[in-house]
Design a binder for this molecule. Structure first.
Ligand code: SAM
Length: 197
C-alpha cells in the first residue's frame, strides 16, 4: 500500500478522511492540509489507521510534484475558500491549472469531487471543471452522509446554506485551456464589504 489512491486536498479537520479510511482499510488515503494544528489534531485521531497519511503543506504543489500520472482513483476538495483579490490569490486552491493537473493525476475511471457552499463560486468551479471533466451536480446531500461529509459541509447545512456538489470522471480529451477571470464575488453579501475593481 505505497501509493496514494484517494486524496483530499484542504482536508481541515479530516473528518471525512477518518471515516472513509476506517471504512475502506484496503485503500491508501492521503490528506494534505496547510494548517499545521489541524494536521496535528487529525494525526492523533488517525493513530489506528495505517492506511491514512496526513501531510502538512500546499496540496496543489503536492499534487503536481508528488502524484504520478493516472494514479488516483478519487480526488476530493471540500469547501475550498474562494479568493478573488490578486493579493490573496495564492491562497486559492482551485485555479484553471489545478483542474488540468487533477485530470493528469486521475485514472480514466477516477473521480474528482469538488464542493462549496458559495453558489456563485460553485458555478465558476463547475465551468472550470467542465473543461476537463464530465461534471454531474448532485441534486442533494451525499447518500452516505445525509448531514454532511465534512465539518464545513455540516456547518453549511445546519445554517441552511445551499451546497454545490460536483463530481465526475476526466474527459478523454480536455478542452483547450481557457483562463476565465473569476466572475464571482468572493464575499458573502452582508458579511464582508464587496470589492469592486
Ligand atoms: C473552509 S476549510 C474546509 C475544510 C474541510 N475540507 C471541510 O470541508 O470541513 C478549507 C481548508 O483548506 C485549507 N487550504 C487552503 N488552501 C490550501 C492549500 N493550498 N493546500 C492545502 N490546504 C489548503 C485551509 O487551511 C482549510 O483548512
Amino acid at each position: 500500500m505505497s501509493e496514494a489512491r484517494v486524496v483530499e486536498l484542504g482536508s481541515g479537520d479530516s473528518d471525512w478522511l477518518l471515516g472513509a479510511a476506517g471504512a475502506r482499510p484496503e485503500v491508501k488515503f492521503v490528506g494534505v492540509e496547510l494548517r499545521g494544528p489541524a494536521v496535528t489534531r487529525a494525526r492523533r485521531r488517525a493513530a489506528d489507521l495505517p492506511n491514512l497519511e496526513l501531510i502538512e503543506g500546499d496540496g496543489v504543489t503536492w499534487l503536481r510534484e508528488h502524484v504520478p500520472d493516472r494514479s488516483l482513483s478519487e480526488l476530493h476538495v471540500y469547501h475550498p475558500q474562494p479568493y478573488l483579490d490578486p493579493a490573496e490569490a495564492r491562497f486559492g486552491m482551485l485555479s484553471p491549472a489545478f483542474f488540468y493537473d487533477a485530470r493528469r493525476a486521475l485514472q480514466s475511471s477516477g473521480t474528482l469531487i469538488v464542493q462549496t457552499d458559495h453558489p456563485a463560486y460553485g458555478r465558476y468551479l463547475g465551468a472550470l471543471m467542465s473543461q476537463c471533466f464530465q461534471v454531474t451536480t448532485l441534486p442533494g446531500p451525499w447518500p452516505d452522509a445525509p448531514t454532511g461529509r465534512t465539518r464545513r459541509e455540516q456547518h453549511a447545512m445546519h445554517k441552511g446554506l445551499a451546497v454545490t456538489r460536483l463530481f465526475g470522471p476526466p474527459r478523454e480529451y480536455a478542452e483547450a485551456r481557457a483562463e476565465p477571470r473569476p466572475w464571482f464575488d468572493p464575499d458573502r453579501p452582508g458579511q464582508r464589504r464587496v470589492r469592486r475593481r
